[in-house]
Design a protein around this ligand. Structure first.
Ligand code: HEM
Length: 399
């Protein structure tokens, strides 16, 4: 660990102790299943619910050494319309055949509308889901630890690349069309999460609990569509009601394919916001692991976007602007005296210009530096995802 990382860990440890937030007893689950896409449910606390179908399957596959062969067979399974590969163990094939089915409430029309919306709002969404979602996930202690101590924690570049595969699959024009790949990547991710649940419990760094509960899944889900929608509203991006509904829908379908139960998937934005307000605050805070992961992520962004155009201070400031001061402080993102106020000043006019609500001459010149940085970010995520595929891990973080 570098001296800088070590200092950050110590700082984060101190902040955690001072906050004491994580030791506070968690209130009971009160979100009503009537607000879910299922419209009903037993109302079980999702902290104690995992994935009944995938978990035993993948645990057994790991225990019998079958994962490498399954990964090999799934490598070329890439399109939504492709048959489940031949040669898979019968239990894996049966699981995938079932898991890849769209729910009966999936609405093709809305999925198409969502694809068009994702395209027209791609810049905001990629920024919010990629950089914003990334910075939020490191401020979710259970997720930060899970990522840090799992295989990909040791190779964040690969991990970012793999995660971006699903992000771009959801946002693609053909996401849920036959030639798209969202179904495939969501089902693969469901298998990866099941593997992580089994593997992490064997890690010497893990506390013995089962990771990635349904509540944890919901928390991360809200850092994606719910966070993005709230931010776009805050930025006054005009969004017709049908588009907002379609965007929610594509993420509802994705939640289902990732193994979130229908009784927890919010049916409306009102229900989603209420659920987000219940689960996010109690699941967020600082961790030493989150601080290190943030540092690695921002360092990668600054390094890998085209040299000279995006400096680390600009990356830091953009990240802070997206997630706000509390999360940025938890993540120990340094304050940037020049860039922090500048981004806050130029972002609103940049949005207004993009939305055709402000003429070009009124946009401050400095805005284009930020605009270019955003493009670089997105390009970075886009190209990363093309280099790899999602695979089921067989080990935890090796060192
Ligand atoms: C893996 C997305 C929730 C922890 C992945 C991958 C994707 C993904 C695309 C595959 C990339 C890879 O193999 O590295 C999502 C989405 C979620 C979600 C869309 C919710 C909507 C969670 C939660 C946790 C978590 C709640 C932990 C609390 C992990 C870990 C890996 C992983 C540890 C595997 C890393 C590895 O083997 O290196 N996730 N995830 N995820 N996810 Fe999630």
């Amino acid at each position: 660990m570098t001296e800088l990382s070590r200092r950050k860990v110590l700082m984060a440890g101190g902040a955690l102790g001072a906050l004491g937030a994580l030791s506070v007893a968690t209130p009971a689950w009160t979100w009503a299943p009537e607000g879910s896409i299922a419209g009903a449910g037993v109302g079980a606390d999702p902290r104690w619910v995992w994935d009944e179908e995938a978990d035993p399957l993948v645990a057994s596959l790991l225990d019998r050494g079958g994962v490498p062969e399954v990964n090999r067979l799934l490598w070329d399974w890439t399109r939504n319309d492709q048959p489940t590969p031949a040669g898979l163990p019968a239990d894996v094939k049966a699981f995938i055949d079932h898991a890849r089915q769209l729910p009966d409430w999936a609405d093709r029309g809305k999925l198409e509308a969502a694809a068009t919306f994702n395209k027209s709002r791609g810049l905001y969404l990629n920024l919010l889901n990629g950089v914003g979602g990334g910075m939020l996930s490191t401020a979710i202690p259970k997720e930060a630890r899970a990522v840090y101590y799992s295989k990909g924690g040791a190779d964040m570049e690969d991990r970012v690349a793999k995660t971006s595969i699903l992000g771009f699959a959801v946002g693609a024009l053909n996401a849920y069309r036959p030639d798209g790949n969202c179904i495939v990547n969501a089902v693969k991710t469901r298998l990866v999460h099941a593997a992580v649940r089994h593997l992490l419990q064997q890690s010497p760094h893990w506390d013995g609990t089962i990771p990635i509960s349904q509540e944890d899944m919901l928390v991360t889900w809200h850092t994606l569509p719910t966070f993005a929608m709230r931010k776009m509203r805050e930025w006054k991006v005009p969004i017709p009601a049908a588009d907002a509904e379609a965007y929610l829908h594509v993420w509802q379908v994705t939640a289902h394919l990732l193994g979130i139960r229908d009784e927890y998937i919010p049916a409306t934005w009102t229900a989603a916001n209420a659920q987000s307000d219940q689960v996010l605050p109690r699941n967020m805070g600082p961790t030493p692991e989150g601080v290190i992961l943030t540092d690695v992520l921002l360092g990668q962004l600054a390094e890998q976007t085209s040299p000279g155009s995006v400096s680390r201070p600009l990356c830091n400031a953009l990240a802070r602007y997206l997630v706000g001061n509390q999360v940025a402080d938890w993540d120990a993102i340094p304050r940037e005296p020049v860039w922090d106020p500048l981004i806050a000043t130029v972002w609103p006019p940049l949005v207004r210009f993009r939305e055709g609500l402000m003429p070009l001459p009124l946009v401050p010149a400095a805005a284009w530096v930020v605009d270019e940085a955003v493009r670089q970010y997105i390009l970075f995520y886009l190209t990363k995802g093309q280099e790899t595929k999602i695979e089921i891990p067989t080990i935890n973080r090796p060192s």
